[in-house]
Design a protein around this ligand. Structure first.
Ligand code: ZN
Length: 232
């Protein structure tokens, strides 16, 4: 999919919108600001106190501002510091032999601002403490891309990969995006068990394309078709 983006002239016409929390889009080479990880990422940690921790940092910042001038960019940077990469922190933890828990003397990840516990920066169910400043820039880009599509009345295609029906927010998001676009948009639904569409949409298979395959097989098949007929 990265190659498809590059073949179309770059990532400015492409966004990944995902509820996955594994960070694989970015690891696969998508720029971070082109990936909307709507449920966060296990590759980042945050304070268990969430936004409540922020005033503590703001207080420290105010103290610093008494000595030096500040600007909005630094404020953004400060907010960014409320999540931090998990890799370096987790590698310091000591695991038991079974590797399924930590030893009693293992260091525990802590918030660098208030020293309370750290937690994965992912959205849990009924989770009001998740903060995700990483989401701000991709969300703005995502909104801008949709505005451009609307302004230019451009055609577009959503490739939906493995979106389940239990937590179906991404699934619904794609359907809603394509509805009402007068055929300019299409939605390819790749899903081994649930590639079907609601009856009203299933009547338009030229727009709502169902592929009951695994992700890799389906994407490779599409890739082969693109290579055979690369014009559009
Ligand atoms: Zn904290």
């Amino acid at each position: 999919m990265k190659e498809w983006a590059l073949d179309k002239g770059g990532f400015h016409k492409v966004m990944a919108y995902t509820s996955n929390i594994d960070g694989h889009w970015i690891e696969a080479g998508f720029p971070q600001d082109r990936v909307c990880e709507i449920h966060g990422s296990v590759r980042y940690l945050q304070c268990v106190r969430g936004e409540v921790c922020k005033p503590l940092e703001a207080k420290k910042k105010k103290e610093r501002e008494a000595e030096e001038d500040d600007d909005e960019e630094e404020e953004e940077e400060d907010y960014q510091s409320f999540v931090w990469p998990s890799a370096g922190v987790l590698s310091q933890m000591k695991l038991t032999e079974r590797q399924d828990s930590i030893t009693e003397d293992s260091p525990i990840p802590r918030c660098p601002h208030c020293a309370d516990l750290a937690r994965p920066n992912v959205l849990m169910f009924s989770d009001w403490r998740q903060v995700d400043p990483r989401y701000t820039s991709p969300a703005a880009n995502y909104g801008h891309l949709w505005k451009t599509i609307e302004d230019e009345k451009a055609s577009f295609c959503i490739v939906e990969v493995g979106c389940g029906i239990d937590v179906d927010c991404v699934r619904n998001h794609g359907e809603l995006a394509v509805r009402g676009t007068d055929g300019r948009g299409s939605l390819i639904r790749i899903n081994v068990a649930h590639s079907y569409f609601p009856p009203a949409l299933a009547q338009k298979p030229e727009i709502y394309v169902s592929i009951p395959l695994g992700a890799l097989a389906a994407l490779q098949a599409i890739d082969n078709l693109i290579k055979v007929s690369p014009s559009d």
